[in-house]
Design a protein around this ligand. Structure first.
Ligand SMILES: *Cc1c(COP(=O)(O)O)cnc(C)c1O
Length: 365
């Protein structure tokens, strides 16, 4: 079976970890500092702050913007649970706006109607590696004095009108094993605002700048030098990995031809880094997955249940009217697109999709 995701770890990562192990500094130290500087440069941001994982990155970004109980944060229903959960963790309330049916990112036409006197931030997700429509989001944020916290967990290296994601607002990245760049587990927060960067560094480390003096309630959310060493070796390969993902996606887009399958659409103003290559099967997804797996093609569903439909959110009574997200969640299938795929793998994936015998949906209207 061609796996749907596979971390590409090489000799560079192995040697970097060994060097740290032998250095005597294995918790947060100079490797983390170097990783932060390199990461900030890739994102076109002044500062980057390394933390334990992407979920913590989102949580600390919200805390750094003083978001908490009584506040509302506008976000998407169609993402990994950590996006909205980070808002809950602060005591604030997530407010869900439906998604665009072509990009599956926030439908920016619907954001204005969701803004109330309690709204403090907008949290767009650059889903699958395709940047959200940042121009209207930044406009609305400026007009209503809202923070913008980008969930860029899937989108390192992506750009919108030439500008890297993570440099619009406060950017939150994940370095989890299957992400485009990994450190095993890890997270990074990017910002151009020195006050936010300062608060993030305090929050990450027990509210402490000078050892054993504590200015605010902080945590131990630090990254280790072992992870930073892996992350640096990965970051050096990021551009190569990303170009390969984009080329793989282009091949699949050109080669897949099936009346019941919709291939990903890339907006002209973005660089989509294809963390996921997600098709939609407009009829009988379960059967399509069965046939793909039988043909040796690994698949995954990101995400089978929109966040407001999750039992946790139902129990909390957080209401959301997101019919597009509900529909898309029933249709998506992620196919392998990672840089470890061979040309033969890519042909096999496209052929398996083209051979699907699910019947064509009757399109209404
Ligand atoms: C992976 C991911 C996260 C969480 O990152 P972790 O490092 O796994 O905590 C958050 N949001 C999105 C969209 C993700 O894909």
């Amino acid at each position: 079976m061609i796996p749907v995701a596979r971390p590409l770890i090489g000799q560079e990562e192995e040697e970097a970890v060994l060097a740290v192990l032998r250095s005597g500094i294995i918790a947060q130290g100079p490797e983390v500092e170097r990783f932060e500087a390199e990461f900030a440069a890739v994102c076109g941001a002044r500062y980057a702050v390394a933390v334990m994982n992407g979920t913590i990155a989102l949580y600390l970004a919200l805390l750094a913007h003083n978001i908490g109980p009584g506040d509302e944060v506008i976000t998407t229903p169609f993402s990994f649970i950590a996006t909205a959960n980070s808002i809950l963790m602060t005591g604030a309330t997530p407010v869900f706006v439906d998604i665009d049916p072509h990009t599956y990112n926030l439908n920016t036409d619907q954001i204005a109607a969701a803004i109330t006197s309690r709204t403090r931030a907008i949290m767009p997700v650059h889903l699958y590696g395709q940047p959200a429509d940042m121009a209207p989001i930044m406009n609305l944020a400026e007009r209503h004095h809202l923070a913008v916290i980008e969930d860029a967990a899937q989108a390192i290296g992506a750009t919108y009108r030439g500008q890297p994601v993570g440099s619009f607002g406060t950017g939150c990245f994940s370095l989890y094993a299957t992400k485009n760049v990994t450190s095993g587990e890890g997270g990074m927060i990017t910002t151009n605002d020195p006050a936010i960067a300062y608060r993030l560094r305090l929050l990450r480390n027990h509210g402490s700048r000078v050892r054993y003096y504590h200015e605010l309630l902080g945590y131990n959310f630090r990254m280790t030098d072992l992870q930073a060493a892996i992350g640096r070796a990965q970051l050096a390969k990021c551009e190569r990995f990303t170009s390969q993902r984009i080329a793989n996606a282009a091949f699949l887009n050109q080669t897949i031809r099936h009346p019941a399958v919709i291939t990903p659409q890339v907006r002209p103003e973005v660089r989509h880094v294809f963390h996921q290559y997600t098709i939609r099967v407009t009829t009988n997804r379960d059967e399509a997955i069965r046939q793909l797996n039988a043909a040796g093609v690994g698949t995954a569903i990101f995400y089978p249940l929109p966040i407001p439909q999750q039992p946790l959110y139902q129990k909390l009574g957080i209401e959301a009217d997101t019919p597009v997200a509900n529909q898309i969640a029933r249709e998506v299938i992620a196919l392998p697109v990672h840089p470890a795929l061979s040309e033969a793998d890519l042909r096999q994936i496209a052929a398996a999709v083209n051979a699907l015998t699910v019947t064509e949906a009757v399109v209404a209207g």
